[in-house]
Design a protein around this ligand. Structure first.
Ligand SMILES: [Zn+2]
Ligand SMILES: [Zn+2]
Length: 337
């Protein structure tokens, strides 16, 4: 029987293990993909280190193969699945239930049913092959699916946040990106691609600031630079979400501006007339829609956005996860099985 490698979480609170599994067979409504690349995400670290049980909002049953930022090639469509051919490159994203009000408006990332997806509730992409529901796939012709894998999460979460503030960003406005890591550097590139705003990145790491400049930022500064609060910004995207970053975002936002909180640090802010200038909007955000992923793929294909990735073999996943936890990864680390 043919087998494959898979990096699996077997029990909550215990380190994941690399195991050999039988090659999985796609069922009706599913496809098997040969994994080209799987980007590593802070959420993987949360699943490994912080969760002691399935979090209440997602139904996760162990064992489960990790990895939710997946690009691959169609290997085998399941029974009755049409429209996909073997060898076609595709990205795996969150598919909504298709029935709730959010899904019906095209916002599958805000699905009320919190459906499972490969890597979060279903076996993921830190393996040689992955099974994906057909509704999770977005084609990515013309892109290397290994390099494009981070678009499904790092890229899409950033692009969605950019899209939310883009209507405010006219000529002469300023957008600030807090945190120029795996997500932030893509937000910088997307802001430059879809708006005429001046884009400033804020990050304590000199290497991250350099990455932001390479992605097209007009300037990159360390936190606490007082020109930020002095000039203010029409849009602030916070990819950290710590108490200090939220406070600094709200200190620099202008009247009628929009702060989007993407990073899942545990920071909070009291809401009232004293905390924000008049008319300012404060919102959280999660992922992005399939339509936005299609737009992002087109921007990458056109060369307007380029993910900065470092490829690593599957056998090195533990070392690379440790690097990610220690803040030693620039851009996105992608496991290429
Ligand atoms: Zn993620
Ligand atoms: Zn839904």
């Amino acid at each position: 029987m043919p087998t494959m490698r898979a990096y699996r979480l077997l029990e909550w609170g215990r380190p994941p293990e690399m195991v050999e599994l039988p090659l999985p067979e796609p069922g009706p409504g599913e496809l098997r993909l040969k994994v080209a690349g799987n980007g590593l995400c802070q959420s993987d670290l949360h699943m490994i280190h912080d969760w002691k049980a399935s979090p209440p909002h997602i139904d996760i049953r162990l064992p489960q193969t990790l990895g939710h930022e997946i690009g691959g090639w169609v290997d085998l469509p399941g029974p009755g699945v049409t429209g996909w051919e073997q060898g076609q490159p595709a990205l795996v994203t969150l598919a909504g239930c298709g029935r709730c009000d959010a899904c019906l408006r095209g916002w599958n990332n805000y699905c009320r049913e919190k459906p499972r997806q490969p890597g979060i509730g279903l076996d993921g992409g830190l393996a040689d092959y992955v099974i994906a529901p057909v509704a999770c796939l977005v084609p990515c012709e013309g892109l290397d699916p290994a390099r494009a894998a981070p678009l499904t999460d790092a890229g899409l979460s950033s692009y969605h946040a950019v899209r939310r503030v883009a209507p405010l960003l006219r000529s002469g406005t300023r957008a600030v990106v807090i945190g120029a890591g795996g997500l932030g550097h893509l937000a910088v590139a997307a802001l430059k691609a879809v708006s005429p705003a001046e884009v400033i990145a804020v990050d304590p790491s000199a290497a991250a600031r350099e990455l932001a400049l390479a992605a097209g930022a007009d300037a990159a500064v360390a936190p606490g630079d007082d020109s930020l609060a002095r000039h203010g910004a029409t849009a602030v995207l916070d990819f950290v979400g710590a108490g200090e970053t939220i406070a600094s975002a709200c200190a620099m936002i202008r009247p009628l501006g929009h702060v989007v909180l993407v990073g899942r640090g545990a920071g909070t802010l009291p809401f009232g007339h004293a905390t924000l200038p008049y008319g300012a909007t404060l919102s959280t955000s999660f992922g992005g829609s399939k339509a936005e992923l299609v737009e992002l793929v087109a921007l990458v294909r056109a060369g307007a956005v380029t993910p900065h990735i470092s490829p690593h073999p599957l056998d090195e996943v533990e070392t690379v996860l440790a690097d990610l936890a220690a803040g030693r990864v620039q851009g996105r680390a992608v496991i290429v099985p």
